[in-house]
Ligand binder design. Structure first.
Ligand code: SF4
Length: 414
């Protein structure tokens, strides 16, 4: 009997990536042959994201494509859409099952007929970057966001279990650990126990060369975390701080809980601690009621903050959120043109930031074979570098000197 082959497709945020890794590990432990992506498999799992209507559409398109190409395969949909709109997924032709987001980590339990403990374990944990989810859920309820309904209230992994997971990743030779959470900076608040600063402190003593934080909401980046990161020996000097808007009226309408002045203060404190920090962000354009003047203020603010990378989201209404019922929706055409202008700024900022690294030797973790037979890496500041090299460097930390920048990507001869 052949080993059942599973392919997992992950859409959306790093928390979803963490979840997919956990699903992969649990399936591998039961004998399935698990690979990240691929053209043929017996079971396909699509871990969906519902952050925008575009994300929804992308998930539906992928599921349709898989169903068409693999009519014999078992096709499982899970993730945030499975929570927010399971019927939409069930109605798609070819979908075998929809597993609620809250139960996706037990997918292996839902495939009993395919369980075969005698199969060899063929899933190889990443030799390079490992994602560790330590927190899930959110109760902040930003006016546009469906995540609180999709993922539920904040829940932190107990500190002891986090330490065990870190130790086991260190034992398997992990070179980089990415701490993930929907509200990573609020880790521990629901338990009233240890916080993110404690987790980071514990990582000082463990032999994992690199630590990264996936994303931190600005309102969660408190004094304790700032103090801890200031001289952390292994933490990458890259922070993803979703700002969403650069206009105080829009931020208030979104219910974000900070003003542009608060954000500026926060960024200057981070830059005092890490003068070389690379800051990346999410920005939403066309939020209901956003005027042309407010959008222009956001453009200027994003430029002033000198982010090194932007994720641009044109607003799309999520049913059940307050913003979806806002009477003053921005016309689709304006949302699109604002998104285009913001994307042009994103390109300009990331190209400028990348070009500043040309000629500077940088130590990088070799992650994978990239395009055109080059190896691909992310620098500690989260710039992508491509360079020639052999596969046996994958999983090792090497030094490369970028010789040129193309858009936001760097190239090196090594
Ligand atoms: S903080 Fe706001 S945007 Fe982030 S998950 Fe919570 S509700 Fe959504």
């Amino acid at each position: 009997m052949a080993v059942p082959r599973v392919r997992i497709y992950t859409l959306g945020c790093k928390v979803n990536q963490c979840d997919s890794e956990e699903i992969a590990r649990s399936l591998a432990a039961r004998g399935y042959e698990v690979g990240a992506r691929g053209d043929s498999a017996d079971i396909f799992i699509v871990n969906t994201c519902t952050v925008t209507a575009t994300a929804d559409a992308k998930a539906r398109k992928l599921i349709r494509r898989l169903a068409r190409a693999h009519p014999e395969a078992t096709l499982i949909a899970t993730g945030c859409i499975a929570e927010s709109d399971p019927h939409a997924l069930l109605e798609l032709p070819g979908v075998t099952a929809v597993i609620p987001n809250s139960r996706k980590l037990q997918i292996a339990d839902f495939l009993p007929e395919l369980q075969a403990p005698m199969f060899p374990k063929t899933y190889l944990p990443s030799r390079t970057r490992s994602f560790l989810k330590i927190q899930d859920g959110c109760d902040h309820r930003c006016a546009y966001c469906a995540v609180p309904d999709a993922r539920g209230r904040p829940m932190s992994k107990p500190f002891k279990r986090v330490l065990e997971a870190i130790a086991s990743l260190a034992d398997t030779g992990a070179k980089e650990i990415v701490l993930c959470g929907i509200r990573l900076g609020a880790y521990g608040a629901d338990r009233g126990d240890k916080n993110l600063a404690d987790v980071l402190r514990s990582l000082r003593k463990i032999g994992i060369p690199r630590v990264r934080l996936s994303s931190i909401e600005p309102m969660d980046l408190d004094e304790a975390i700032l103090e801890e990161i200031a001289d952390h020996p292994t933490l990458c000097h890259h922070l993803h701080l979703p700002v969403q808007s650069g206009d105080d009226g829009v931020l208030a309408a979104m219910g974000r809980g900070y003003s542009t002045a608060d954000f500026v203060t926060l960024v200057s404190r981070i830059r005092r601690a890490w003068p070389d920090v690379a800051l990346t962000t999410d920005v939403m354009v066309g939020f209901p009621g956003e005027t042309d003047a407010q959008f222009e203020r956001t453009l200027s603010f994003i430029r002033e903050m000198a982010f090194t990378r932007l994720h641009v989201f044109p607003y799309s209404p999520r049913p059940g959120t307050p913003a979806a019922d806002h009477p003053d929706q921005v016309a689709a055409k304006s949302r699109k043109s604002r998104a285009d202008r913001m994307l042009a700024l994103a390109e300009e900022l990331s190209s400028t930031a990348a070009s500043e690294w040309v000629g500077t030797p940088v130590s990088v973790l070799v992650e994978e074979k990239g395009r055109d037979k080059l190896l691909a890496v992310h620098t500690p500041h989260y710039f992508r570098v491509h360079f020639p090299g052999s596969d046996d460097t994958i999983g090792r930390i090497v030094t490369v000197t970028p010789t040129c920048a193309e858009s936001s990507d760097l190239y090196a001869d090594r």
